[in-house]
Design a protein around this ligand. Structure first.
Ligand code: ZN
Length: 295
């Protein structure tokens, strides 16, 4: 009798433990720099800029605010994808020690490296609007130096929309975006339920009316807590496959060379187009196209 009871207890206790401690949800954070509070010019955007080291602190502060907001709504495993410039802008020793960080380029999924179908949501911090958005702070798509815009199935996309489509391939919805007003509005066109924090009112490519870093971080923390409350109702953004890709180049010689790649053909002097299996394939191709040596 006692022996049988002991067996029953031994079998049931681990089951109870599992039920009491569900696996923490997984949240993917992709962080860029042009849409961080206070950032308006190259002075903040790269190692040669006089204010880059400060901008790294603001960026790290916004990522940590996002993590705090996510965790205020419940336990979460978090992967941060450092996605600006050299992929090494985040001050990793200032991030909570149980967070993992993706650093450095190149990598197959670029600004979304590490995303897979185990994540509950994607979060975009410091994002900016697209190449064809007038008066947005640092509006460009993937490469401000090389590209003249990217179209997916005929629609001009921002990096945010592009990365939402990449996350959508894995069934992961976008829960939150921060950046200037135009960047946030552009994402919310395809992810209307995503929460946003508008940390800057843009005046143009190199000027904005910005909140302070402390205020921006508070907005992001609160926004993430709101976003986590509606996780169950968010829908992934899925583009139809195969994906019709059109890429514009600032230099016509870049379009000329891109059209040498099997599957791509010239649509006009600046543009090439082709149809590819899915967003993963398109993402790898775009990285090769933007890393061609300058003619
Ligand atoms: Zn960037």
């Amino acid at each position: 009798m006692f022996a049988r009871l002991a067996i029953v207890l031994a079998l049931s206790v681990p089951v109870l433990v599992l039920q009491a401690q569900p696996r923490p949800r997984k949240i993917f954070i992709s962080v860029d720099m042009e849409g961080i509070t206070g950032v308006v010019q190259p002075a903040q955007l790269g190692p040669d800029g006089f204010e880059y080291q400060r901008a790294r602190e603001w960026m790290t502060g916004e990522v940590n605010a996002a993590i705090a907001g996510i965790r205020a709504a419940g336990a979460a495993d978090i992967l941060v994808c450092d996605s600006h410039g050299n992929g090494q802008s985040l001050l990793i020793d200032k991030v909570p020690e149980d967070v993992r960080i993706v650093r450095g380029f190149p990598r197959p999924l670029e600004m979304m490296q590490g995303i897979d179908d185990s994540f509950a949501a994607a979060v975009f911090i410091g994002y900016h609007a697209s190449e064809w958005t007038a008066n947005a702070v640092r509006g460009h798509t993937i490469s401000s130096a090389r590209l003249l815009g990217v179209r997916l199935n005929g629609m001009e996309v921002s990096e945010g929309i592009y990365n939402a489509a990449l996350a959508g391939q894995f069934g992961v919805p976008v829960a939150f975006v921060s950046g200037d007003r135009l960047a946030v509005a552009q994402i919310q066109q395809i992810a209307p339920s995503a929460e946003g924090a508008i940390v800057k009112e843009p005046y143009g490519y190199h000027s904005a009316n910005t909140v302070t870093p402390a205020r921006g971080q508070a907005m992001i923390r609160d926004g993430l807590t709101r976003a986590m409350a509606k996780l169950g109702s968010l829908q992934p953004y899925r583009v139809t496959t195969p994906v019709a890709l059109e890429v514009g180049f600032k230099l016509t010689i870049d379009a000329e060379r891109a059209a040498f790649i099997p599957g791509l053909a010239r649509s006009d002097a600046h543009n090439v187009k082709g149809t590819f299996r899915d967003m993963t394939e398109v993402t790898k191709l775009l990285q090769v196209l933007t890393s061609l040596e300058l003619p």
